[in-house]
Design a protein around this ligand. Structure first.
Ligand code: TRP
Length: 438
């Protein structure tokens, strides 16, 4: 089965080198692997949690979209969309919210940090903390689980959120899966080398610390200016310098190859001045970023092209999300009303009889590599024969729907082949539904 890789970037700031090496670059590399299906999105609902400046949200969405595209994302190959264009995401958020323990959210790092900051400042513990911040990990779990992502490339600071998504997925599977997994359990994909790229002051590069090096915005001039502000020790040119632990060297590392890294260290130990070292750093970053700048500028000048790409991405994403969310709604009991439900609520001898002679579904794989299922009556008569599906879970999902919805689901089947006739098939399905609900 294809591995699904998914990641999002919160659209509350200007993309910086940390976003590029920590998320964008590895995600685009992963999207080019042959057996991978990728979902990359702009986490603009998450942005609303941190930012109440509409102009900044708007600007950031544009910059981040242009950054992904200029960095080599291929929207034909990848599903590239805005979180806020997928109404199934907030809908799933609610389903997950209802099975998430409050105590678990109390332990989320971002919330705990805000709480501790309040207490340190002598404020009320929850001062200024919104429900958005508190529930942030649930929205993120919905992003991931809606597309059943296997791998989620993120920075180390997001690892806890992926763990929380796994937990809530497990709980949902347990409560509503009836022995089948509704959700894939996601795994964080953390590039250890770049998990926490330092910023100008040596702390993690982050817009909240105001220590970033912009990726494209401001052009090569802004890059040079930012690099000039990287904090170093005060050793003069000619004095030997310790490369390990220096933010400048750590940033150089993620843009350089092994040879360049070793040479840079040797030169610093040999007395290379910090000023010259900064020029070296600018050069190595420019080698990668420089060639992408023109496309970035071009995209920024044509927001309507980006809009079109994102709209197309949203329809691709919703083609996956919509039917899946529909099945989740049914799993929790938000189902169309039907007569068989009422009957099932009152088990009768008749229902028990028909259950004893219940027809059975069989799922199998043919030599053509496709997955099929059929429904066979208690005495071996073929009642329904499916067409072939590319994935086993598709066939499984149909069986599940037919068992819970009965004949009502037949209308949606891509091809209907009922060798024993429609009435016999409908009768058999009704018996199955009754058995299921009893
Ligand atoms: N919370 C992530 C960050 O700030 C962004 C994000 C939102 C995300 N939803 C996601 C990342 C889903 C990966 C998967 O970096």
């Amino acid at each position: 089965m294809k591995q699904r890789v998914l990641t999002g970037i919160t659209t509350s700031g200007t993309p910086h080198l940390g976003n590029y090496v920590g998320a964008i670059r590895p995600a685009i590399a992963a999207s080019r692997e042959p057996e991978v299906q990728s979902f990359f999105f702009l986490a603009d609902y998450h942005a609303l949690i941190k930012c109440d400046d509409p102009a900044r949200i708007e600007r950031s969405r544009l910059e981040i979209a242009a950054t992904w595209l200029a960095s080599g994302l291929d929207p034909q190959r990848v599903c590239f969309y805005r979180q806020s264009d997928i109404p199934e995401t907030p809908e799933l958020t609610w389903l997950l919210t209802c099975v998430t323990a409050k105590g678990q959210m109390n332990r989320a790092h971002a919330y705990k940090a805000a709480l501790e900051a309040n207490l340190d400042a002598g404020e009320d513990a929850d001062a200024g903390i919104t429900m958005g911040l508190y529930s942030y990990p649930i929205l993120m779990a919905a992003d991931i689980l809606l597309f059943n992502a296997h791998r989620v490339p993120v920075g180390r600071d997001q690892a806890q959120h992926i763990e929380m998504a796994r937990d809530v997925a497990q709980r949902f599977n347990h409560l509503f899966g009836q022995g089948h997994d509704l959700f894939v359990l996601p795994k964080a994909d953390i590039e250890e080398a770049v998990a926490l790229l330092p910023g100008l002051d040596g702390r993690k590069m982050s817009k909240s610390y105001d220590n970033i090096i912009p990726l494209f915005e401001g052009g090569s001039r802004a890059l040079k200016e930012a690099v000039a502000r990287i904090v170093t020790d005060s050793r003069a040119p000619g004095e030997p310098k310790e490369p390990e632990g220096s933010a400048l060297v750590a940033i150089h590392d993620v843009f350089a190859n092994a040879e360049e890294r070793a040479a840079f260290r040797a030169e610093l130990r040999g007395g290379l001045g910090w000023g010259a070292a900064k020029e070296r750093l600018v050069d190595v970053i420019e080698q990668q970023i420089g060639p992408l700048r023109d496309q970035y500028a071009d995209l920024m000048a044509h927001p309507e092209q980006i809009e079109e790409i994102l709209q197309a991405g949203a329809s691709k994403a919703r083609a996956v999300a919509k039917p899946f969310l529909e099945s989740l709604r049914r799993a929790v009991g938000l189902r169309p009303m039907r007569a068989s439900l009422q009957q099932a609520a009152m088990p009768t001898a008749e229902a028990a009889d028909s259950a004893a002679a219940t027809p059975v579904f069989k799922q199998y794989r043919e030599s053509d590599g496709r997955f099929y299922f059929k429904l066979v009556s208690a005495d071996g008569e073929l009642l329904l024969q499916s067409e072939g599906f590319a994935e086993g879970r598709e066939a499984g999902a149909w069986i599940k729907r037919l068992k819970t919805e009965g004949a009502a689901a037949l209308a949606d089947l891509p091809a209907l082949n009922a060798p024993a006739g429609r009435p016999a098939l409908e009768q058999a399905l009704a018996a199955l539904v009754a058995a299921q609900d009893a």
